[in-house]
Design a binder for this molecule. Structure first.
Ligand code: ATP
Ligand code: MG
Ligand code: FE
Length: 343
């Protein structure tokens, strides 16, 4: 059975196509992404209206490319992100998906974007055992308990303020490094000293919630440090700031994620979302998982950020789990909770 997945929650128009085999395995046939990121650079962040218009222009060509790559005329199922994300952006992708599903006469599945950041891993590493997922993206930072793909997800904890990716983007802007901040800071950090500046580790005090995160204090500490340099006329040591900031983020994320595995009693940790592409997060997660005897699963970098393959993967797992298709009247939900497995 061939499942097409359409992603349009933010600034990436993604169309992925997978095959669900009778034995339940899911393989990737096509993964086409058109990004409008270049159009947002001069604004220093995603402009929702520009993103919606870019989706409108990109959706049909991206879908045609995916069909051509997969070598098929039409899929057996169409799945599309219906939340969470930008309202207008979600509408474009899901309306296109519903229209194609109706025209092709195939079932439609509404997909939770956060669940799909988790489900993408199965494309590369096979069926997912019960695990803890650390979902770290531009809008979310959560520890999740996954029983199996297609089953409801339990949220163990979340950020009380900024998301990890948001912190990256804000700190990059503060250092004048442009947007999006994650990849630039990641690269710059490799040339700096991670021990140069002792930035705070938020939410790690004895009375702080075990599975919650906080990054706004860290962002403020970076701002104060930069201000101090400017006041005293010293040049800002941007590489050291980047490396020390990145160390603080990676330290807290991986410490809490590995600890959550022990708390929940699972031996697999899964990373997902754009920040899972970060080199230090990946490295430190590997070290700490090895030390704790936890198996680590991390998607390849390009599957960490938004794409259509992740939507197709979760769609295929819902079909395999016997979930019913969504009615074509199902609404998009910009604030959809991770705990809703099938909207
Ligand atoms: P959400 O999934 O919460 O709706 P989103 O879809 O915008 O948000 P993703 O596409 O999953 O988020 O990830 C984008 C985020 O990942 C951005 O904040 C970006 O800066 C960050 N990011 C991408 N690559 C890296 C990297 N190498 N290091 C750190 N952060 C990164
Ligand atoms: Mg993006
Ligand atoms: Fe995302």
């Amino acid at each position: 059975m061939i499942v097409m997945g359409i992603e349009s929650s933010c600034d990436e128009t993604g169309v992925g196509i997978v095959e669900l085999r009778p034995d339940g395995t899911v393989t990737l046939l096509a993964d086409e992404v058109a990004s409008s990121v270049d159009q947002h650079v001069r604004f220093g962040g995603v402009v929702p209206e520009i993103a919606s218009r870019a989706h409108l222009e990109a959706i049909v060509p991206t879908m045609r490319r995916a069909l051509a790559t997969a070598g098929i005329a039409k899929p057996d199922v169409v799945a599309a992100t219906i939340g969470p994300g930008l309202a207008g952006a979600l509408l474009v992708g899901s309306a296109a998906a519903k229209a194609y599903a109706a025209a092709w006469g195939v079932p439609f599945y509404g997909i939770n974007h956060l669940g799909s950041h988790v489900a993408v891993d199965a494309l590369e590493h096979g069926p997912l055992p019960a695990s803890v997922a650390l979902l770290i993206s531009g809008g979310h930072t959560q520890l999740l308990h996954i029983r199996s793909l297609g089953e409801p997800i339990e949220e163990l904890g979340t950020t009380v303020d900024d998301a990890a990716g948001e912190a990256y983007d804000k700190v990059a802007r503060l250092l004048g490094l442009g947007y999006p901040g994650g990849p630039v800071l990641d690269k710059l950090a490799r040339t700096g000293d991670p021990r140069a500046i002792a930035f705070p580790r938020g939410m790690t005090g004895p009375r702080d919630a075990r599975h919650a995160f906080s990054f706004s204090g860290l962002k403020t500490a970076v701002a104060r440090y930069v201000e101090k340099c400017e006041r005293t006329g010293e040049p800002v040591p941007t590489a050291d700031v980047a490396a020390s900031f990145q160390e603080a983020v990676a330290d807290v994320l991986t410490m809490k994620a590995v600890r959550a595995c022990t708390d929940v009693g699972v031996s697999t940790l899964l990373l997902g979302g754009g920040v899972a592409a970060n080199s230090r997060v990946r490295e430190l997660a590997e070290e700490r998982c090895a030390a704790a005897g936890v198996e680590l699963r991390v998607p390849s970098r390009r599957l960490c950020t938004d794409n259509g393959a992740m939507v197709a993967s979760l769609g295929a797992h819902l079909v395999a789990a016997g979930a019913q298709p969504s009615p074509l009247t199902v609404a998009t939900d910009p604030g959809l909770s991770v705990t809703v497995s099938q909207p």
